[in-house]
Design a protein around this ligand. Structure first.
Ligand SMILES: CC(C)(COP(=O)(O)OP(=O)(O)OC[C@H]1O[C@@H](n2cnc3c(N)ncnc32)[C@H](O)[C@@H]1OP(=O)(O)O)[C@@H](O)C(=O)NCCC(=O)NCCSC(=O)CCC(=O)O
Length: 302
């Protein structure tokens, strides 16, 4: 694959399409980087996917194979393109921030998610009585589905599947506990424990622990130039939070929320700085002095 090819991706997908022709989602079992091979007939689906094609009158949809090719440097073009890019993240083929996600939200319809799959949210009221009679549950109205309904990442534990969205980038060895949450275009670069929330765009390094209920402040816009990276072997304590990137081997005390603008005292130097100025600095402990209320920063060793 040439360097130029690495800016492209493609995949055979199975789209859910409403009776009125609206694409609700697209599942790509084996997305790939590069261009569609020259000898590939775009109109002939692999047998495994062709065999999955069917109609589901309960949801008013049909499942139909299609092939999608995307220029990852360009904004998102369609729903199937959006789903391909989310799959690339969760298959660990493209890292968070490694592709252009401008327009992602605009191309993701807010579907009704049932245990049969997605359906048009506008049709849910009329179809609900029949769905209930059939024992079908509607568990969400949302733009992004659960990761585990599309793939099972290797070597990863997810205690509650509803808390991890398609597009999460979870490296082998990651454990997401019940309180953990991982949005799309966010995730882990190595083994780690997530008991708190990783918003869109947040990436944490290997052997880092996001404590119970902890928050890493993110941003909704997928094209924001702002990056919040948390280094390796760091710990954000239970119910704590950060609004800027931490370096390696840092600790934030349980219950302490430090935003980029929080004025902190660097104890060894007796000087006050905005915490955001310490973004990326390794070996720091952030602690609120329980006697004075001031947020203090100490150097620590490993
Ligand atoms: C800030 C630290 C890291 C500090 O711990 P340390 O072990 O380094 O220090 P220590 O031994 O406790 O304290 C050393 C000295 O500093 C003092 N000291 C400690 N904290 C202080 C504070 N805030 N203000 C003033 N002094 C303080 C102690 O009294 C002691 O003083 P003397 O020397 O005078 O004795 C810790 O308190 C912390 O917050 N850890 C985070 C743990 C965590 O949240 N893990 C996530 C698990 S997730 C989970 O459990 C799930 C829970 C859930 O789901 O809700």
């Amino acid at each position: 694959m040439s360097a130029q090819d690495s800016l492209w991706a493609w995949g055979d997908g199975l789209a859910t399409i409403t009776d009125s022709g609206k694409i609700l989602d697209c599942w790509f079992p084996e997305p790939k980087l590069g261009r569609v091979p020259a000898d590939r007939d775009w109109y002939v689906a692999p047998k495994a996917l062709a065999d999955e094609a069917h109609e589901d009158p309960r949801r008013g949809v049909r499942l139909h194979p299609l092939v999608v090719e995307s220029d990852l440097s360009a904004p998102v073009q369609s729903t199937q393109d959006a789903y391909l890019r989310l799959h690339l993240l969760s298959h660990l083929l493209v890292k968070p921030h490694g592709q252009n996600l401008t327009g992602l939200w605009d191309h993701l319809p807010a579907n009704a998610w049932t245990d049969l799959g997605p359906m048009d949210a506008e049709e849910i009221s009329t179809r609900l009585p029949a769905l209930r009679r059939g024992g079908v549950q509607v568990y969400a109205i949302d733009k992004l589905p659960r990761l585990l309904d599309y793939l099972v990442p290797k070597g990863v534990r997810i205690a509650d599947g509803g808390r991890v969205r398609l597009g999460a980038y979870l490296s082998p060895g990651t454990i997401v506990m019940h309180e953990g949450f991982v949005n799309c275009n966010a995730g882990t670069l190595g083994p780690s424990i997530i008991e708190g929330r990783l918003s869109q765009g947040i990436v944490i390094g290997a052997h880092t622990d996001i404590g119970g209920g902890a928050s890493v402040m993110g941003m909704v816009a997928t094209d924001s130039p702002q990056r919040v990276l948390i280094g390796e072997r760091s710990l954000i304590g239970a119910n704590a939070g950060v609004g800027f990137g931490l370096g390696d081997d840092c600790v934030v005390e349980a219950g302490l929320y430090v935003t980029a603008g929080t004025k902190v005292t660097v104890v060894a130097e007796q000087r006050n700085v905005k915490a955001g100025e310490l973004a990326g600095v390794p070996n720091l402990l952030f602690r609120r002095n329980s006697l004075t209320g001031a947020v203090e920063v100490f150097s620590r060793n490993g």
